[in-house]
Write a protein that binds this ligand. Structure first.
Ligand SMILES: [Zn+2]
Length: 289
């Protein structure tokens, strides 16, 4: 169930959808950290009322980057994370080219904090539900806003949340599982997306143990609280299968996007896969062999 907050003290006007990153690692069902420790993001969707006072941060931002619709503000010199600035700046083009989509010009604002403490203090005033989380994406009508703090995997967090922001600038609606699967795909550096995502090891184990992902179950999930680590892994795997597997699988994704953009009701993936690919579990297993 999504949380619907109507806290007028936060903001009177802007309904938003937010995704948050987890504060702590979780273990998968095998009891080991088979992917990155901070993975298995137990994320949850929020319908919030966003703050419009992002620029009023009392201590000020020490560094700022502006390019097109993207702005990045940080409490530390951005030159210290230049590779992240470059990757986030390129991410919209990457996503548009990879998925054949075109993003709107709704601005995307990224706020980077020097410490968990300053992040928590800032977020607590604006999105209290996100204060214990590692990173936060809040979609507003006027802009998409991303909040993250500096730690070993900040770059992954920012790419993940920025992917959500860009996708929601491209599409009128993104199903939860697909939104997360694509964010997991694009959160790694561009050079690693096809062959080095840490989910590879998990999906190979899961394929041996249980076969293909349950698409119908994934498509039924409406709340990030319903998605566990296996769901994130499976969502990523289906995305990877569609992007790098059989052309017919890619066509399913393209057709879904086209229908969504045209205002039609897309065919559910759980129906499209067997209809277009037949026994797609075999193709899936071959893809991740
Ligand atoms: Zn996410």
């Amino acid at each position: 169930m999504k949380l619907l907050l109507t806290d007028q003290a936060i903001s009177p006007t802007i309904p938003v959808l937010g995704h948050v990153r987890p504060a702590f690692p979780r273990h998968d069902r095998w009891g080991t950290r088979m992917i990155l420790p901070r993975r298995y993001p137990l994320l949850f969707a929020l319908c919030l009322w966003a703050s419009g006072a992002e620029l009023a941060w009392a201590t000020g931002w020490k560094s700022q980057h502006e390019a097109g619709g993207l702005s990045i503000r940080a409490e530390f010199p951005l030159r210290e994370v230049q590779s992240l600035v470059d990757e986030v700046s390129a991410l919209q083009g990457d996503i548009e080219a990879t998925l054949g989509l075109e993003a709107s010009d709704r601005p995307i604002e990224v706020y980077l904090f020097a410490s968990k403490g300053s992040y928590s203090a800032y977020v607590a005033q604006r999105v209290p539900e996100g204060v214990k989380r590692r990173a936060l994406y809040v979609q507003g009508k006027d802009a998409g806003r991303i909040y993250a703090y500096r730690h070993r995997e900040m770059e992954i967090d920012v790419r993940h949340e920025a992917t959500h922001a860009i996708l929601h600038n491209c599409l009128p609606f993104v199903p939860l599982w697909l939104d997360e699967g694509l964010a997991e795909y694009f959160e790694v550096p561009a050079v690693d997306r096809k062959l080095k995502n840490p989910h590879f090891s998990g999906i190979k184990w899961a394929r041996r143990l249980g076969g293909r992902p349950n698409l119908a179950a994934l498509e039924k999930k409406r709340d990030l609280l319903d998605m566990d680590g296996d769901d994130y892994r499976d969502a990523w795997a289906v995305v990877h299968f569609m992007l790098h597997g059989p052309p017919a699988a890619r066509k399913v994704l393209d057709d879904y996007f086209r229908a969504s953009i045209n205002g039609d009701v897309p065919q559910p993936f759980a129906e499209a896969f067997p209809a277009r690919l037949g026994n797609w579990g075999t193709l899936f297993s071959q893809h991740f062999r």
